[in-house]
Write a protein that binds this ligand. Structure first.
Ligand SMILES: [Zn+2]
Length: 359
């Protein structure tokens, strides 16, 4: 189906919030962007002038757009939000970008998959319903009983795999930005978890791009994980990150000025510019950390000696005992370690905190 009048970009968020079902349709937005809806809340956008079904040889047929209109074709970009349903600021950022593309205020020049992760949880205003969606990727869904969250994780993995397979045989840079807001205070209110593998560590340019987006700290991790961003990094070699962008708030109550840096950076990138090149010319540096250890709760005897409301990145000196689990203890072994995502109440076998050290 092609509907040249209806703007899927303008209605992306309202369609989800009002649960208007438009399964698997496609069209060309009045702004010229080709869109394809793969599932609820999931839109693949192809810039005007870049035929969504073109083969490489089509590009040489003499009817290609002029250089000024040429999409940049550098990236296959995945932009995700709402993996946790109550983290509304990133959803509003993405909605604003889509509306500005629809209104012709922003020219899309990259192929992008826009993902609103958990529409059921967004409508319920909850982080998640029966299970945390961001613990179900990298095949983890296959190890759990069937449920809507398990189904959604599997569906998103299939769609992302098809998207990264490309449309015209051209291998583009793959990048995935997964946006969240945090449930606790943080000494660095905006920070990024940057996954990598020993074979493919993240490029320095990726950290520069995040710093230019007002991200104050990065934590690099090579720990295998079941998050969405680890999945796209490990499975597809994407330059990925999970962004934590300040505190959770309901729709309409987010201090959007706090998110201006990431909003501007995403717009620079998707419109064909350099995410790292700020309009004000400033060159910012984020504090860089790497994951040194994870504190895992093994038994019912587990005690984390860190209050639940401890801000992310709180530092502890060498020798501090942070957790006890029967005969085992976790003792800070580096001159200084900082704790991120402390959670004394996790189930046995799960992570009760992540310890980071400076890079
Ligand atoms: Zn989240």
């Amino acid at each position: 189906m092609t509907d040249a009048k209806r703007s899927a970009l303008r209605h992306w968020l309202s369609d989800v919030r009002e649960s208007r079902d438009h399964p698997h349709d496609a069209g060309i937005d009045p702004c010229g962007v080709h869109w394809q809806r793969h599932a609820e809340g999931v839109l693949e956008l192809t810039p005007s002038g870049m035929d969504a079904t073109a083969t490489t040889s089509d590009a040489a047929d003499g009817k290609s757009p002029s250089a000024a209109e040429q999409p940049s074709h550098r990236y296959d970009a995945v932009l995700s939000c709402g993996i946790h349903g109550d983290e509304t600021a990133p959803i509003e950022i993405v909605d604003g970008i889509l509306r500005d593309i629809a209104d012709g205020k922003l020219t899309l020049r990259e192929r992008v998959l826009v993902v609103l992760g958990n529409p059921d949880a967004v409508r319920a205003g909850k982080r998640y319903l029966e299970y945390d969606l961001n613990r179900l990727f990298q095949g983890a869904h296959a190890k759990r009983a069937e449920s809507p969250a398990v189904q959604r994780a599997r569906e998103l993995e299939v769609i992302v795999a098809q998207f990264f397979a490309g449309v015209d045989g051209v291998r583009r840079q793959r990048r995935h930005v997964d946006m969240h807001t945090a449930i606790r205070a943080s000494l660095f209110p905006r920070f990024a978890v940057v996954p990598g593998t020993p074979e493919r560590p993240p490029r320095a340019a990726w950290f520069d791009a995040l710093a230019a987006a007002d991200i104050e700290a990065t934590m690099r991790t090579e720990q295998p994980s079941v998050t969405f961003s680890y999945y796209t990094c490990a499975r597809f070699g994407a330059e990925s990150c999970t962004l934590e962008l300040g505190k959770v708030a309901p729709f309409g109550e987010n201090p959007l000025a706090d998110f201006a840096g990431i909003d501007a950076a995403l717009r620079r990138w998707l419109s064909g510019g350099d995410m790292a090149a700020r309009e004000d010319g400033q060159v910012l540096q984020a504090r860089r950390f790497r994951v040194a250890a994870e504190i895992v709760r093994r038994t019912d005897a587990f005690v984390l000696d860190v209050p639940a409301d401890t801000p992310n990145f709180t530092a502890y000196p060498a020798g501090t005992v942070l957790a006890r689990d029967g005969e085992n203890t976790y003792t800070v072994s580096h001159p200084e370690e900082r704790i991120v995502f402390p959670n004394p109440d996790v189930a046995n076998g799960l992570r009760a905190g992540v310890m980071v050290v400076p890079e």
